[in-house]
Design a protein around this ligand. Structure first.
Ligand SMILES: [Zn+2]
Length: 236
């Protein structure tokens, strides 16, 4: 795997044509998880993906569009316009140097501008393609075999808590509140989370285990690589 600790000459001589761009979010995850959950997952999973694909791992974008977490201190949101623009700029810069395959790996559901960004990149030129993957969704079918409360899990629940117990157990607190509002995910379109989930949790973190987290990471990595390879193959 190559990353930005390599030299430009290393990158050139390697002939690498694939780059991986992780995108996260800095936002509250209840009283038991840190603000950095989405970014921590982004870095951890993207490194494994880039390593297995022999790709260039880019420094990612830690911030995302997290306006749904307004009112929880420490949640930092950037506008959809900013996220779209920086993602497009990075992809176009890479393609202009000869990278033909860019995997944009998104770890936060609120980063909806990424879809617009990759479409604009791909429609603007034919030299390279950016493919958007949300690893957590990509592995959907298999996730239900691991996650007991999958249907109730939207934020800081069994899934994210399990993943953090695997990748950064020292950052997981004991105060795991199970809370599932009697709403569906469209609530996110109507108002900030604090109104209907006052602790910042939508799910059942009490079901989390490190073993589930290990399986979730493996599934995310495999599903992401499968999707990127299949999509890039179709484009050649
Ligand atoms: Zn999260």
């Amino acid at each position: 795997m190559l990353d930005v600790t390599n030299t430009s000459q290393d990158i050139d001589e390697s002939g690498v044509d694939t780059a991986i761009l992780p995108v996260g979010a800095i936002e509250q995850h209840g009283p038991h998880l840190p603000l950095s959950v989405d970014w921590a997952q982004a870095e951890y999973v993207s490194k494994l993906v880039a390593n297995r694909m022999g790709a260039l791992l880019l420094p990612g974008i830690p911030y995302g569009s997290s306006e749904v977490h307004d009112g929880f201190k420490g949640s930092v949101s950037i506008t959809h316009e900013s996220l779209k623009t920086i993602t497009k700029d990075i992809c176009m810069s890479l393609i202009s140097q000869g990278f033909t395959r860019i995997g944009v790996l998104n770890f936060h559901g609120g980063n909806i501008a990424l879809k617009v960004a990759v479409r604009q990149v791909n429609w603007a030129q034919s030299e390279g393609k950016a493919v958007l993957v949300q690893p957590m969704l990509q592995s959907g079918a298999k996730l239900t075999e691991i996650v007991e409360t999958f249907d109730e899990d939207l934020h800081a629940g069994e899934m994210e808590t399990s993943i953090m117990m695997h990748i950064a157990p020292e950052q997981v607190g004991e105060d795991r509140i199970d809370y599932v509002p009697s709403l569906d995910a469209s609530a996110f379109d109507l108002g900030p989370m604090k109104q209907y989930a006052p602790d910042g949790i939508w799910g059942r973190p009490s079901f989390a285990t490190a073993e589930k987290g290990k399986l979730l990471v493996e599934y995310m990595v495999n599903a992401t690589i499968d999707h990127l390879n299949a999509t890039f193959l179709r484009l050649t």
